[in-house]
Write a new protein. Structure first.
Length: 128
């Protein structure tokens, strides 16, 4: 038995529309609606389902809480370009660039927060 990949994850958010707009504008994700008005964000071959904290969809985690996630996204774009983009979007950089170890080895990362306070990491393998 072996898992091959991650299909999707669920983020519990205070405001679905604000979170969707943030991930679209800042990270270039594509918003879709499915299953009677549910909202998801597509990127690569994965998606993030957004669940409203006030009424999370069933079934859900034991304690669905906005701001409890720590997510790392991999990019091929230089981190200096990401920093310039974040500055232009008035998103405060929390840390970085710093070296970290990811699933595939050493990477360089920057950190910032989404509207709910989730920690967002943008990582690049190889050169910063």
């Amino acid at each position: 038995m072996q898992i091959e990949s991650l299909d999707h994850l669920v983020l519990t958010v205070a405001d679905v529309e604000a979170s969707a707009a943030f991930f679209q504008r800042i990270l270039g994700m594509r918003r879709i609606e499915f299953g009677g008005g549910r909202v998801a964000l597509l990127f690569g071959q994965q998606k993030i389902n957004l669940h409203p904290a006030a009424a999370p969809f069933q079934p859900h985690s034991a304690r669905p809480t906005p701001g409890s996630a720590d997510l790392c996204f991999v990019t091929e774009v230089g981190l200096s370009d990401w920093i310039a983009h974040l500055n232009a979007c008035d998103v405060q950089l929390e840390e970085g660039p710093v070296r970290r170890t990811g699933a595939l080895g050493v990477m360089n990362s920057i950190y910032f927060r989404d509207p709910d306070g989730n920690l967002i990491e943008i990582a690049r393998y190889g050169m910063p």
